[in-house]
Write a protein that binds this ligand. Sequence first.
Ligand code: C2O
Ligand code: CU
Ligand code: CU
Length: 571
Amino acid sequence: MKKVIIICLTALNLNVFAQTQLAIPDTLVGPSYTLNMHEDSVQFFPTGNISHTFGFNQYQYLGPTLIFNKGTNVNITVNNQIGDTTTVHWHGIHLPSKWDGGPHTPILPSASWNPQFTVMDNAATYWYHPHPEMKTAEQAIKGAAGLIIVRDPIEAALTLPRKYGVDDFPLVVQCQQYDSSNQAMPLGMQDSTLLVNGARANYGGNSVYGNFPAQVVRMRILNASGERAFNFGFTGNKQFYQIASDGGLLDNPYLTTRVRLAPGERAEILLDLTGMNGQTLYLMSYASEFSMGIQGGPTMPMPGGPSMDSPLNGIDFNIMQINVVPQTLNPVTTIPTTLTTNSPYTAGMANVTRTIRFTADSLMVMDGPFYFNDSTFNMMRIDYQIPLNNIEIWKLVNETMVAHPFHIHDVQFFVIDRNGNPPGPEESGRKDVVFIPPGDSVMFITKFEDFADTIIPFMYHCHILMHEDDGMMGQFVVIPSTVGITEIDSENDALVVYPNPATEKIHFKIKDVSTIKQLSIVVYDQTGRLIFQSVINTSDSSIDVSHWSKGFYTANIYDGQRIIHKKIIIQ
Ligand code: C2O
Ligand code: CU
Ligand code: CU
């Protein structure tokens, strides 16, 4: 009993007075993953109330890091234990819209959802977070987020630090606003509470510290804030190399002293600490260098406007202390000269250019609502129908007085133009978020490939979560093109499913039985759980459903050329 009390007091002391060691979230390696999203609480503040939080699995706040290997099939079970409708979105990952976790695929309270997909993305740092209609900010800032690390053979062949938590450090950086009863506020313009991997980083002289070995270390930085942008750098203007942007490696390591990350953006950097054993440095945000209009930069004087006075605005502040400790065994001490070869599409390959203007009711608007092309998000309106395999240029023009990080689902893109100039090295790799300060105009190019679904759209939106929830969002469907695989909805008579409703057996009768010999059938229940998967011969095409529970199911039937969707009812 005595022992227990001592441990508690020590833990409390550490929490309130001393420094907090950087927490490294556990990894989950798959191919099957379970994420239990639950309500929890954290004593973030030395006095006053606990803060109500959301966490995944064993965590009170944030969640484990998912490791995905490119080319493998993964299967994730998300259990919703937060007492509210949610979704989980795999930010940056290219997958079918029904598994994307956007607002059209809600997970009801106490329900489960079971997305399964092939990992097609390049090695980089991605993340997951909720995305329910109008509640993304509220749920994400309570802590429902985690990292995804994709590994692939190209990255694996490079001499890079990749010992997770040893020389390869995940850093989820957030700045949040808490109300007088210590609860996270979805409005973040006076955000002043910094969190690094879920630990408070700036109170009472406290800070988060990491023990980093005296060799080349890698940091995977995610800005998971609702609003604030960071201008990351190190004390003494120590140089570092950016090696990856949101969705993959850059062609070459880019030597720099700053990396600017807006909400949703990630960067991987290499910091060479060789020969620095025993020294201390700080990861900083040099926000004094931001221009007005960038969230976290100098506050724009706006008489009568909303207060944006966070004490962190427009100043340089430290985020994390780095204590350099002895080298590990087999340290990485060199920086590769080349990393990969990105081959962006060229402007001449584009089928279409779409222009999206960022707008507001007036130029005085600082806190929203903001719009795309003057219209607010509408769940019932599809903004664009994009033919499968289209290569498109999207031109984003910011006509407001504040910056917006634009994010699109389904694809990674390449920035091809910023204000008439080619992109800098830091944004010449694969991206899924691009930050657009007031007055800027950016063009990116991308291809909408692999996944068509005429029903469930993908989202694009501002990743300032409050702007997103306020309607700065749109949606598109990717529609089957005439070449390649086409998708046919249930009204088509190419395939008959009978009896439907069924009790014992279901038959699949294909019209074209002379040329199509086999059908691949995948059936999901209403929560998205995989119920049945098999290849059957068209000559004997029935499946036994006598043990299936009553209800509605969706069958995706692939005949070699087409995917046909059918609703099935079991009585
Ligand atoms: Cu990170 Cu649509 O979101
Ligand atoms: Cu996303
Ligand atoms: Cu915005």
